[in-house]
Write a protein that binds this ligand. Structure first.
Ligand code: NDP
Length: 792
């Protein structure tokens, strides 16, 4: 027997296994396999695939592979259940959600053990983090069920939601998807990941036990083909997906033009920035939680350590020392820090990437210590000597592998942090609060943790910038993803204008009707009038086919120049909201002063009555005042998350927004899109109605007279569909709004899949008198949640 003094010296932990007895009994009871959960009951098992314990390799269950017919049955059950569920009072839905939360709590230990056996994550994490957060999510959203109607007036549930989740937090991702969907009055069909479907079936049992009405939650297991069938299903109104960026892109393409609402929570390569004044010991613990939590299989893992050069060596030495104490092994042992990688294929991927990085010259240091002989294990790993452009610095490894880089100045830290196609999360470590908040504001990420990392709460939104996807999960902003605004009451009698024949005329061609033409409208780029690169213009015709003017025929190069000008004007987003409001008031006043001129132009272009034209100008003036008023009032929030944290939800502008404007209200439509976008600090490239572009080109003289800085609004006339495609393809455009034909919407959404830009497509014609409100401001911003700790 070891002497007490030896034990104290070594401080070795003895084995402390969690019992898996109840889970084994449950699995034994399902030894014939799990069938899908549809319409409130479990279907007979069909063709099974194996589910294995990654820590041992042993087969633990057989689960039915979902077919297109299974998806069809589940969607039909969800559709059938929808009217009754969405018709329940908010309080009645809340009671159901509370019941689900309580049942999860009652089974907390069972679910934690099952999750650990299925996924390989340490029991300490499934027991203390995953499952408590699952219960918290249902409790939080029970509250939203009661409040949704009063807090989101004029909104209704989206309908039937298809939800596809990954294997890294199986039950937690299920809760993140199902709780808000149900709270808002939707019904769901959820596909769990092939590697980790078991807790979803345990949850289905909870739905039965808790008395959830049949069909409200349906679960169809299977692989990517099952997910693809759900995405493609005609009767699904929304897709919510968490997983890889590659599959997210495929889903964006598959849903293009279908009208399905979409939220994507995708990959990341999140920076963990340590300044020279940081508390290094805390930062080391932070790194442990950032990259060795859940074996690094975390979309928001802090996988790039960006440390101040002056403290980097010291920090790395402390880290290496800490890594030698991380215990890798049996996930069911309560003293295990790092469990098993989810599956052999993922282990192979990690090995392949690290080995390739090593061959490229990276210095790889793996924590010493023997790994278990069987099962999928990979040691905590620190990689130095990587260039920002190297494979390991760019690729999401999704394993316990940290790459390190150094910086000298805060600007360099930001440049490194933002040097990624992703933008999910970031951690900032410094004792200087001014610096922490400045970096938090400048880093492009949907979540920023100051002196902390990997914190989650149902009250806070979670989701990414750039190729980390769009949409948020959690909190008010997450609930909005499961609601749609009611269509404005009343019908529009507006008709879409006939597509003009954009016959290229040489810019200097004589006017077909010289009397009616006062000038050739130019493009407006970077605060200056610009001739179209093509050197051509087209005739703008009135209703009778007579030319009322000439407009520039913009092309790819003009859009490129406009995007460049818009990017350069990014100071607009950093200006105070008060200053932006003043500039917008000025725009409204200047437009009002020239109302008669604008009305005359509208009458000439559209052939409508003078009264109608005057009404359109008046409405445009009012709209400009409306968004000027909102410029400094569309506030963020402080979310009530954890004690000793202020979680700031900041509404940030996207950056450069492309706007493709409607034909049916050439001035009012244009103003209705431009004003909210710039009020929130975006710079825009607007493509006016191709049929009636001259109100928009007149508008630049209003902008010139109104102190709107050069580059904030850029106007490129021409073929709307062609220019929209260029905007959708452009990497420098962060968001794109399209109002027009359904085919145009489809093209825009499909093209935007390449860089996953957020799109907002609306089918014309719309009644522009009613198109106003917070939804425009919500669409003009993305929410960044900044977790700021206080206290010692
Ligand atoms: P995927 O994106 O492939 O899987 C996520 C979910 O989507 C799973 O349920 C999957 O089913 C399903 N799916 C796969 N293909 C399609 C499709 N064409 N249409 C609809 N649904 C589909 O991630 P993987 O599990 O394959 O992991 C691959 C890599 O992705 C990892 O190495 C990691 O880098 C990254 N990843 C990122 C996550 C994140 O949260 N950011 C989460 C998980 C992985 P099935 O399980 O059968 O494949």
């Amino acid at each position: 027997m070891a002497a007490i003094t030896d034990i104290l010296r070594a401080m070795e932990y003895g084995p402390s296994p969690e019992s898996d007895e109840h889970v084994r009994a449950w699995l034994a009871a399902h030894r014939d396999g799990f069938g899908h959960f549809v319409g409130g009951r479990f279907l007979a098992p069909g063709a099974l695939f194996d589910v294995n314990n990654p820590a041992t390799g042993e087969r633990i269950a057989g689960v039915t592979q979902g077919t297109a017919a299974d998806v069809d049955a589940a969607v039909a059950a969800a559709r059938k259940a929808l009217p009754k569920w969405s018709g329940l009072s908010g309080d009645a839905r809340a009671r159901h959600l509370y019941a689900l939360a309580r049942h999860v709590q009652k089974r907390e230990r069972f679910l934690a053990v099952l999750e650990t056996i299925d996924n390989g994550k340490p029991i300490r994490e499934s027991r203390d983090i995953d499952i408590p957060l699952v219960a918290r999510h249902f409790y939080h959203h029970a509250g939203w069920a009661s409040l949704a109607a009063s807090e989101f007036p004029g909104h209704r549930p989206v309908g039937v939601c298809g939800q596809i989740i990954p294997w890294n937090f199986p039950l937690l991702m299920l809760a993140w998807k199902i709780a808000p969907a149900l709270a808002a009055g939707n019904t769901v069909v959820l596909k769990p990941a092939e590697f980790t479907p078991l807790t979803a079936f345990a949850f289905a049992e909870i739905c039965v036990e808790a008395g959830l009405p049949p069909g409200v939650v349906n679960i169809v297991a299977g692989d990517g083909t099952t997910g693809a069938a759900l995405v493609a299903h005609d009767d699904v109104d929304k897709i919510a997906f968490t997983g890889s960026t590659e599959v997210g892109r495929a889903i964006r393409r598959a849903t293009a033009g279908t009208g399905k609402k979409l939220s994507l929570e995708l990959g990341g390569k999140s920076p963990f920035i340590v300044f020279d004044d940081a508390d290094l010991d805390s930062a080391v613990e932070g790194v442990v939680d950032a990259i060795w939590f859940n074996q690094g299989e975390v979309c928001c893992a802090g996988s790039r350590l960006i440390a101040a050069e002056s403290i980097a060596e010291k920090l790395h030495a402390k880290l290496r020392a800490r890594m030698t104490h991380l215990r890798v092994g049996d996930p069911l042992d309560k003293s295990t820090d790092v469990g098993a990688i989810v599956a052999p294929v993922q282990l192979e991927r990690i090995k392949r990437l690290v080995d390739q990085g090593e061959r490229e010259g990276a210095k790889v240091w793996r924590a010493p210590g023997a790994l278990p002989e069987r099962g999928c294990f990979y040691p905590p790993t620190l990689v130095a000597g990587v260039e920002p452009a190297s494979l390991l610095a760019r690729e999401e490894i999704f394993g316990p592998v940290l790459v390190t880089m150094t910086f000298r100045t805060p600007d360099e830290a930001i440049a490194l942090a933002n040097n990624t196609r992703y933008g999910l999360a970031a951690s900032v470590w410094t004792e200087n609060v001014n610096r922490a908040l400045e970096i938090a504001a400048r880093v492009k990420a949907g979540v920023v943790w100051i002196n902390s990392t990997n914190l989650f709460d149902a009250a806070s939104g979670f989701g990414g910038y750039r190729e980390s996807g769009f949409g948020r999960e959690g909190g008010r902003e997450g609930l909005a993803e499961y609601l749609v605004a009611d269509a404005p009451k009343g019908k529009t009698n507006a008709k879409p204008a006939a597509s003009p024949a954009l016959t290229a005329l040489p810019g200097q061609a004589p006017a077909p009707d010289a009397d009616a033409i006062d000038r050739t409208a130019k493009l407006y780029i970077g605060g200056k009038q610009a001739r179209p690169d093509s050197g051509y213009c087209y005739a703008v015709l009135d209703r009778k086919g007579a030319a009322v003017g000439l407009a520039g025929l913009g092309n790819r190069k003009d859009i490129r120049n406009a995007v460049e000008a818009a990017s350069k004007a990014s100071g607009w987003g950093a200006a105070t909201a008060h200053n932006r409001a003043q500039a917008l008031y000025y725009v409204a006043e200047n437009l009002e002063a020239r109302a008669a001129e604008f009305a005359a132009r509208l009458t000439a272009m559209t052939g409508g009555s003078e009264r109608r034209a005057r009404q359109e100008v008046e409405a445009a003036v009012r709209r400009a005042f409306y968004y000027a008023g909102f410029a400094d009032k569309y506030d963020g929030a402080v979310h009530a998350t954890k004690t000793r944290f202020v979680t700031l939800a900041m509404n940030e502008p996207w950056g450069v927004v492309g706007l493709v404007c409607p034909d049916e209200a050439p001035l009012l439509g244009f103003v209705s899109l431009v004003m909210p976008a710039i009020a929130m600090g975006n710079c825009v490239v607007a493509v006016p109605s191709a049929a009636h572009p001259l109100s928009a080109t007149d508008f630049y003289t209003v902008l010139d007279a109104s102190d709107v800085p050069a580059g904030v609004v850029n106007i490129v006339t021409g073929d709307s569909a062609a220019l929209a495609k260029v905007l959708a393809d452009h990497e420098g455009v962060d968001a794109l709004w399209w109002v027009g034909s359904a085919e145009g919407a489809k093209a825009v959404e499909a093209a935007s899949a390449a860089n996953l830009k957020a799109t907002w497509t609306r089918q014309a014609p719309l009644d522009w008198r009613r198109e106003e409100g917070r939804e425009y401001l919500r669409r003009a911003t993305q929410v960044k949640n900044i977790w700021t700790p206080y206290g010692e």
